[in-house]
Write a protein that binds this ligand. Structure first.
Ligand SMILES: [Zn+2]
Length: 79
């Protein structure tokens, strides 16, 4: 009997269903001064990928970085 089927245990899957809609699935890259401004004024920040959200929404530790933000970040650093 070959064991080609493995049970993969992932304790941290499906954030989107377990935590509701107010927790982003990804970390976004946002400029630090904008984070501060949002924390003070409650304004929305614009992430590198163009996504906007208030800073009160924080991705959970261990969440993946937004792929669009990562691309934009790498593009910025090239210049
Ligand atoms: Zn993003």
């Amino acid at each position: 009997m070959s064991t080609t089927t493995k049970t993969i245990e992932r304790p941290d899957v499906r954030d989107e269903t377990s935590t509701g809609n107010d927790t982003p699935k990804f970390f976004h890259y946002v400029k630090k001064d904008r984070i501060l401004d949002s924390a003070v004024n409650g304004s929305f920040v614009v992430a590198l990928c163009g996504d906007t959200f208030p800073v009160t929404k924080q991705a959970k530790p261990g969440s993946p970085v937004c792929p669009d933000c990562e691309k934009a970040y790498k593009a910025l650093r090239r210049k």
